[in-house]
Write a protein that binds this ligand. Structure first.
Ligand code: T1G
Length: 688
């Protein structure tokens, strides 16, 4: 019998003898939208009451089993049946219910499986409870049923981390009963048939397996430490612990309260903003990502810190990589650098030696650029000097195929200038990695003036294969991230001239959630690098613009930051402490500026810095350098250490209130000159 309830087109029932097979079909990922919840609950109850039915199989059509609650319903009034009510109905069913899952059974999807009486999973499927990654907690019984099935420690791990598990681990943990060898549905039907008339094992009725209380206490402490200010992992851990304090239904009630409360928090809204942003970033008008060319062999020019990091990222993703340095000595250093990185990765336990060997074998380091002849893409990571890069690209265009993509990793130069002497300029694109390139997720893909759409699509496809968060940027000095970061840095320095200290500013941003405050970060990256850039730009600097001499004077005093033992902080003791020389330089510079001294609260500091960032972001949006606000937030949450639960500078500007942000910028405009002119985009947003 096959029936589709016309009132509910997403759930169909097909009977195979005494087995009712209920299949959901709700593209793209079978989110448990209202139609799924109501249809599936009705179908389960109908099948349970049907005397011809001995057991039930729940499955999904399309790419995956239920991938969780429908994020588009979040923040709206809940509509019955709520997902936990569906799960309770499944578990209460008097006949055996088997969940057959493929793809990614996540969140509410995994909870539907846990409420079923048995679970069979395709060998290549994955399961998980990613709610905390959205700033939420499971809300349909997961915190109660999972620990009863797999024990407290494993349940705490999965639910507070949000990580996905593969079939073998799911089986080993006890969260599933079998892995489908070939025919998921056929094997699920057989499992259901075998269960008819047998006792039903309901996970909600199980006792939590014995556990080591001290070890769990340590685990709870570790969750809190790792959360670094994010609340949902800690809340989720508390809910899981309810499994040993009360009944399943009491635990589910507590889940429901926490889930609804967290839904309204800034952290969850920020994390959902980022979730949506990640899926928006590569939807670009007029760009067909499927037009990307196949890339197998990649060339990298330069095996320095960036070049070796990029080479490792490429080899890790399965590409064969030809690295060329200027001479054998530099090539040899490059080999050592790359080999050393892999050795450290193996030593840390992140990969096995065999994997490192396989990846290393994909990287060939030499000093003859003719080795690039059969490359599909060559990226340069040489010294950020325009003439050097122009000459390099001119040479390369005489070596590589005419269709070989030429990418530049420049941070500040204009890819159009680099492309000036290249034959077939349409093949030039920017691929701006962030150090360390094999670790940092952000990749700014810079669309130069002549970049062909399929070249842009290809650079994005390579970035995605590397596991990067790609963000398309237009051409300007510093592209999306570094241009905004420059405004942020200037306001940090200006506040020193007005009475704030490096420690105060760092403390304000670290308590905001950054892993490291700005001045500690400047010291870490080295004050001399931006000093060299400022000296190069000195001749063209606007004399009317406010300029802070503090970092220049620190460098003139040989205080380049951590690398020289002192910068804004002193590192002689091994830990950063305020540096006396820096304090004198700050005091002297402030006196020379003669600005009114004031005290800054942490909120003052955050508002001023986020205002500077949002204002520059507004200008980027006006110019088309950034395609959308959320792209800017992706840049800072993937490339500059911003916690995703803060949503990014543009998100935070809205949280703080755009009127206040505009007021802050107007003060900057009056005090700091034309570089901080109020963005018309920001002004319009504040008025809308
Ligand atoms: N709801 C609605 N749409 C979703 C969705 C969801 N949960 N997940 C993905 N989509 C859309 C996505 O926007 C995109 O749409 C398309 O599906 C493909 O997604 C009570 C409350 C499933 C691993 O957190 O992890 O359950 O752009 O590009 O790379 O306890 O999507 O095509 O229009 O990401 O193959 C828990 C989130 C929710 C899963 C697929 N579940 N999704 O990855 O494709 S909370 C999640 C993912 C919950 C319960 C609680 C991934 C994926 P469009 P995609 P993908």
């Amino acid at each position: 019998m096959s029936s589709t309830d016309n009132a509910n087109p997403v759930i169909t029932r097909r009977d195979d003898g005494a087995i009712a097979i209920l299949t959901a079909d709700n593209p793209p990922v079978n989110a448990t939208s209202l139609a799924v919840r109501s249809g599936l609950k009705a179908a389960v109850e109908t099948a349970d009451a049907d005397p011809a039915i001995g057991a039930i199989v729940i499955a999904c059509a399309g790419r995956t089993f239920f991938a969780g609650a429908d994020v588009n319903e979040f923040g709206r009034p809940p509509q019955k049946p709520i997902l936990f009510e569906l799960c309770n109905a499944i578990e209460a069913c008097s006949k055996p219910v088997v969940a057959a899952f493929h793809g990614t059974a996540l969140g509410g999807g995994f909870e539907i499986a846990l409420a079923s009486h048995q679970r069979i999973m395709k060998a290549d499927a994955r399961a998980g409870m990613p709610e905390v990654l959205l700033g939420l907690t499971p809300g349909a019984g997961g915190t109660q049923r999972l620990p009863r099935l797999i024990g407290l420690p494993a349940a705490l791990d999965l639910i507070t981390s949000g990580r996905q598990i593969k079939a073998q681990e799911a089986l080993k943990l006890g969260s599933i009963d079998a892995i489908a060898e070939s025919d998921l549905l056929g094997e699920a039907i057989a499992m259901a048939r075998a269960a008819i008339g047998k006792p039903i094992r309901r996970s909600g009725d199980l006792d939590v397996p014995a556990y080591d209380a001290a070890a769990v206490e340590e685990q709870l402490a570790a969750v809190k430490k790792k959360a670094r200010g994010q609340t949902s992992p800690v809340e989720a851990a508390t809910l899981v612990m309810n499994a040993v304090k009360g009944s399943t239904q009491e635990g589910i009630a507590a889940e429901r309260e926490a889930f609804l409360r967290l839904m309204d928090t800034e952290q969850s809204k920020a994390l959902r903003h980022i979730f949506a942003a990640e899926r928006q970033a590569l939807k670009i008008d007029g760009l067909d990502l499927s037009s990307a060319r196949e890339v197998r062999h990649i060339g990298v020019v330069g095996a320095g810190i960036m070049g070796s990091g990029i080479s490792i990222a490429m080899a890790d993703a399965g590409y064969s990589v030809t690295v060329v340095e200027r001479d054998e000595e530099a090539a040899s250093k490059g080999r050592e650098r790359i080999g050393g990185t892999y050795a450290r990765t193996v030593k840390s336990g992140r990969i096995a030696q065999a994997v490192a060997d396989e990846r290393l074998a994909r990287i060939n380091v030499g000093h003859d650029a003719n080795a690039f002849t059969n490359c599909d893409l060559v990226i340069e990571a040489v010294f950020d000097d325009l003439q050097v890069k122009q000459e390099l690209f001119e040479r390369l265009s005489g070596i590589v195929r005419d269709d070989c993509i030429l990418a530049t990793n420049t941070s500040y130069l204009n890819p159009n200038d680099i492309a000036a002497h290249v034959a077939h300029k349409e093949r030039v694109v920017g691929m701006h990695f962030f150090a360390p390139a094999n670790i940092m997720k952000l990749l700014e893909v810079v669309r130069a003036e002549h970049t062909a759409p399929e070249v842009l699509a290809t650079a994005i496809a390579v970035g995605k294969r590397l596991g990067k968060q790609c963000v398309v940027a237009g051409v300007c000095t510093g592209f999306i991230g570094n241009r905004i970061y420059a405004s942020y840095r200037k306001q940090c320095e200006f506040m020193l001239e007005e009475g704030a200290t490096p420690t105060e500013i760092d403390a304000a941003m670290e308590s905001f959630g950054l892993p490291m405050g700005p001045f500690r970060a400047f010291d870490l990256s080295g004050l001399d690098i931006s000093w060299a850039l400022r000296k190069r730009q000195a001749a063209t600097r606007d004399p009317a613009a406010r300029y802070c001499v503090i970092p220049d004077r620190l460098c003139e005093a040989g205080q380049f930051g951590q690398k020289s033992g002192a910068g804004y902080y002193n590192y002689a003791s091994g830990k950063p402490v305020p540096d006396a020389k820096a304090a004198d330089i700050i005091e002297q510079a402030a006196k020379e500026k003669g600005l009114p001294r004031k005290t800054f609260s942490a909120d003052d500091i955050r508002r001023r810095l986020i205002a500077a960032m949002a204002n520059e972001g507004g200008k980027e949006l006006e110019e088309g350098v950034a395609l959308r606000e959320s792209d800017i937030d992706l840049v800072f949450t993937n490339g500059y250490g911003w916690p995703k639960w803060r949503g990014g500078p543009m998100f935070q500007a809205r949280v703080m209130g755009l009127e206040k942000i505009v007021a802050e910028v107007r003060e900057m405009q009056a005090r700091d000159g034309s570089e901080f002119t109020l963005s018309s985009w920001l002004e319009a947003q504040a008025q809308s």
